[in-house]
Design a protein around this ligand. Structure first.
Ligand code: XIL
Length: 368
């Protein structure tokens, strides 16, 4: 009788513990809290996000920091390390925000991507330079000062961002280069020049070229990216290629093999590949400008989840892809609503920091 009761108690305890572990299933990974970074690590890939200074250090935004450290192992400053924010006027630098962001990454064991040393946007006073010598000196001073300051924490640099123009008549690198103020001042060799400076500044930093519109073999900047990167690679000036990947659910890309084949071609160049700015925006209104109903929105979230999952799965199929970073992680802080009218909700946590379907879909892919 005693034994029977004992057995009964034991089986009761067993059931309780099963229910308990079932309930916790979504939050445990070998006894630890589950996160995308842990599964990504097991696959040999870094997973990260762009960060903003204000929510990161704002005392009222505890969820931002909490989720960031829990889920990601690589970060990039969304704006705080761009030219205009670091060099506010000639040879006057503002490092406070970048210092705090990079120190935060370091103390939390996170890798850092530096974005970006040379771009045609957010370049402050440099955009008004018309004297080639001054342009050359300013660029050199910027690259040396910034890269050396962060040489012990920033492992990867987007040395040049978006240099390929969108004028599809101008094909054939370097003819295809964007005719920005850098080009006007320094000529078509400016891309190479920036990489030379970066190599000299911090020889062991990994130097990247970062671009959009090239995330598929049929995308308009694909061929030009191949040309630009192989030219730099032949000269030993580049280590990696960044693909921005600002997508949206109303374009079927990357549901065909476009992306997969592009990764294969880029890998053949012998460079590391990072997905640098992934987000998948949703058009929040229908063609009549009326807001989507909750049911319609759910369909979009499902599609978004599938696209995130497919992007991750395709990346995992190519061993040259070493990192995937999203351009933010909560819909509360995303560049999309300001830059793409009627679009939004592009990230994997909602405005209240709840996991969206996209988060869960990514986790499933990383667990496989
Ligand atoms: C965007 C930021 O998200 C915004 O906050 C800022 O106002 C403008 O720039 N490609 C890039 C990023 O390389 O630097 C851009 O970031 C988005 C497009």
């Amino acid at each position: 009788m005693k034994r029977k009761r004992c057995l009964l108690i034991l089986s009761f305890l067993f059931i309780i513990s099963c229910v308990g572990s079932l309930k916790n299933d979504s939050d445990t990974l070998a006894g630890e809290e589950e996160s995308i970074k842990k599964y990504a690590q097991a696959k040999g890939i870094y997973v990260g996000t762009a960060v903003r200074y204000t929510p990161l250090f704002h005392p009222a935004e505890t969820n931002y920091k909490k989720l960031l450290t829990k889920e990601f192992n690589i970060i990039v400053a969304e704006d705080d390390m761009k030219f205009e924010n670091l060099q506010t006027s000639e040879n006057n630098f503002f490092f406070n925000y970048a210092d705090r962001i990079t120190a935060f990454a370091k103390s939390n064991g996170m890798k850092v991507r530096g974005h970006t040393l040379l771009w045609h946007n957010q370049s402050g006073f440099a955009a008004n330079i018309t004297d080639p010598t001054q342009a050359s000196n300013v660029l050199s001073n910027h690259i040396f000062t910034v890269m050396r300051r962060y040489s012990n924490v920033v492992e990867y640099w987007d040395v040049v961002n978006e240099a390929i123009g969108s004028d599809t008549n101008l094909i054939g690198y370097p003819n295809s280069l964007r005719k920005s103020f850098w080009w006007t001042n320094l000529g078509e060799a400016y891309v190479e020049y920036a990489f030379q400076l970066a190599r000299a500044a911090v020889p062991n930093a990994k130097l990247f070229y970062n671009e959009y519109g090239n995330e598929g073999v049929s995308r308009y900047k694909f061929r030009e990216t191949i040309n630009l990167v192989s030219n730099l690679k032949a000269k030993g000036l580049i280590d990696g290629l960044g693909l921005q990947m600002h997508l949206s659910t109303d374009r079927n890309y990357p549901f065909d093999d476009n992306f997969f084949l592009a990764l294969e071609e880029y890998a053949k160049l012998g460079v590391e590949i990072h997905i640098t700015e992934l987000d998948i925006a949703i058009r929040l209104t229908n063609t009549n400008g009326i807001a989507l109903t909750p049911e319609e929105l759910e369909i979009e979230y499902e599609k978004q989840a599938q696209m995130y999952a497919l992007t991750f799965a395709t990346c995992l199929s190519n061993t040259n892809v070493k990192a995937i970073l999203m351009w933010g992680f909560t819909d509360k802080y995303s560049w999309i609503p300001q830059y793409r009218i009627n679009y939004g909700d592009a990230l994997i946590f909602d405005k209240n920091y709840n996991k969206k379907k996209a988060y869960k879909a990514i986790l499933e892919i990383l667990k496989k």
